[in-house]
Write a protein that binds this ligand. Structure first.
Ligand SMILES: Cc1cc2nc3c(=O)[nH]c(=O)nc-3n(C[C@H](O)[C@H](O)[C@H](O)COP(=O)(O)OP(=O)(O)OC[C@H]3O[C@@H](n4cnc5c(N)ncnc54)[C@H](O)[C@@H]3O)c2cc1C
Ligand SMILES: NC(=O)c1ccc[n+]([C@@H]2O[C@H](COP(=O)([O-])OP(=O)(O)OC[C@H]3O[C@@H](n4cnc5c(N)ncnc54)[C@H](OP(=O)(O)O)[C@@H]3O)[C@@H](O)[C@H]2O)c1
Length: 443
């Protein structure tokens, strides 16, 4: 059992209300900002299991969407108030890390902002074959997430299947269809760039179970696949909707899809195929994926799509948090409150939908619930900011501070220079920690 934390050493200063935010993704960082903006004197520790902040902005947003990543300028703002907000990276809370009960002894309240990191499954035969991945794992790989640095998908086959009609499916299709020359200017780790350079992918089949009016793409992302150099978009099974769709987004999508269905334009070296009204039936292959059998949604003759790689981009579930209720992939809550003292925000609160900005209003709502409860929350047994650090040390965890992260950040920017990219990610966890601490493991 780790040693008990040291007693308060604050020299008689009035103790602040101490809040832990678990998860340094958009929802956690918007929550930290909302806490700082409140009139209550709160101190915030933003805790993340990784040595780097920003969650899916760093490990989900596609590498070629560089502008989108500039939101980190907003997300990092709470840390400029270093006296009230600390970053404690490299600290996993829950299973395999610091037990939640132990952590709670140091804070008046905890906000969980841990996202939805578990890939949903199709539940069809062959899904577990090598070469078949959830989008969480696959996207993490090309984004340089330390959990998936070794995924090393084999890209030697001409055909690839991507299942789903959301923006993640489009991201995956685009990254695979885009030439490696363009990807060199992004932050993908060298190992990923090498894999893309050696890629034999020519046909990316996007399998969509419903009709064109039901796609969840945003028009800007759909338009982008039509603008890729060397890529032709082919639409299979286009159908006109029975009724004029209500939303502008749907109308714009339909107009683009109808145009491509009518005229796929000139042949190009690589193709993205959008297959409407097709349901995945099973994956083929022995020892490795070689294809996917699909059928018309509702029944009909089966077809086989040739594929050496299958990525299902069909959504995510939150990881259960020991000690908290869990239902349908989220922690059930009312306006972010699970119970007084325990709150949720972001994808773990509402499920895996919404763009980065959606998490701002979501976090503001959660923080309002917390502030409503504030006067009723008992002081924790160990409110001193140093006590939690002592406990982490007792568990053998050396947190990565904001200054450490800035060192890692600078190292990535330095590496980008060699490739004319803004940065190149350090993906291996030990390399990340070495760079963060200014040690020499990084080559
Ligand atoms: C592939 C993909 C691409 C996307 N692209 C875009 C885009 O281009 N534009 C856009 O607007 N939106 C995009 N989104 C949506 C956007 O990323 C989400 O809305 C947003 O990231 C959700 O924020 P979050 O804070 O709830 O979760 P996350 O961003 O997932 O953050 C959760 C954080 O919690 C940490 N964590 C998890 N478990 C623990 C634990 N046990 N202990 C400590 N820390 C923990 C994680 O390391 C992570 O840093 C994309 C989503 C995906 C999946
Ligand atoms: N550039 C951006 O702004 C950007 C980029 C990436 C992600 N995001 C956001 O992040 C969120 C998550 O994106 P996402 O793409 O993971 O989710 P999503 O938008 O919810 O799309 C999931 C897709 O999976 C399909 N699906 C689910 N179960 C299936 C099954 N069993 N078989 C076949 N298809 C199945 C759904 O089809 P049905 O509709 O038929 O259920 C849907 O098309 C979204 O809000 C998205 O907009 C934004």
């Amino acid at each position: 059992m780790p040693a008990s934390p040291t007693p308060p050493a604050s020299g008689g200063a009035v103790p602040q209300t101490r809040i832990a935010v678990i998860g340094a993704g958009p929802s956690g960082l918007y929550a930290a900002a909302a806490l700082l903006a409140s009139e209550s004197p709160v101190d915030v520790d933003v805790i993340d299991r990784l040595p780097a902040p920003y969650g899916l902005v760093r490990y989900g947003v596609a590498p070629d969407h560089v502008k989108m990543k500039s939101v980190i300028r907003v997300l990092q703002r709470p840390f400029s108030d270093g006296s009230r907000v600390r970053f404690l990276g490299n600290v996993r809370v829950g299973e395999g890390g610091i037990p939640l009960d132990v952590l709670k002894e140091h804070y008046h309240a905890v906000i969980h902002a841990s996202g939805s990191s578990v890939d949903r499954a199709l539940g069809i035969p062959g899904e577990e074959l090598p070469g078949s991945y959830g989008s969480g794992a696959f996207v993490s790989w090309y984004c340089g997430h330390p959990d998936h640095v070794d995924l090393d998908p084999v890209l030697d086959h001409a055909g690839v299947v991507v299942v789903g009609a959301g923006n993640v499916a489009l991201d995956v299709a685009r990254v695979l269809a885009r030439g490696h020359v363009e990807m060199a200017a992004t932050d993908v780790p060298d190992r990923v760039l090498d894999a893309l350079r050696g890629s034999g992918v020519e046909d990316v089949h996007v399998v969509i179970r419903r009709g064109p009016e039901h796609v969840r793409f945003t028009p800007a992302e759909l338009r982008q696949i039509g603008e890729l150099a060397g890529v032709q978009v082919l639409v299979h099974g286009y159908t006109e909707p029975a009724e004029e769709p209500a939303e502008r987004r749907q109308k714009q999508n339909l107009a683009m899809l109808a145009e491509w269905a009518a005229d796929p334009g000139p042949a190009r070296p690589r193709r993205i195929h959008l297959h409407f009204h097709r349901t995945p039936v099973r994956l083929l292959g022995e020892g490795r994926v070689t294809g996917m059998v699909v059928e018309p949604t509702g029944g009909g003759a089966e077809e086989t799509l040739d594929a050496g790689l299958v990525v299902r981009a069909i959504g995510y579930l939150g990881e259960p948090i020991p000690g908290l209720p869990y239902d349908g992939g989220i922690v059930p809550n009312t306006a972010g409150r699970v119970e007084p003292g325990t709150y949720v925000t972001g994808w773990i609160k509402r499920g895996p939908t919404g763009v980065i900005g959606t998490n701002k209003g979501d976090a503001v709502e959660t923080v309002a619930s917390l502030l409503d409860d504030l006067h009723t929350l008992p002081a924790p047994p160990h409110p001193d900011p140093d006590s939690v650090i002592a406990v982490l040390e007792a568990y053998g965890v050396e947190p990565v501070t904001w200054t450490d992260w800035e060192r890692l950040d600078a190292e990535e920017v330095r590496r980008g220079g060699a490739r004319d990219a803004e940065r190149v990610k350090v993906a291996d966890l030990q390399d990340m920690l070495a760079a963060a601490r200014g040690r020499s493991r990084v080559s």
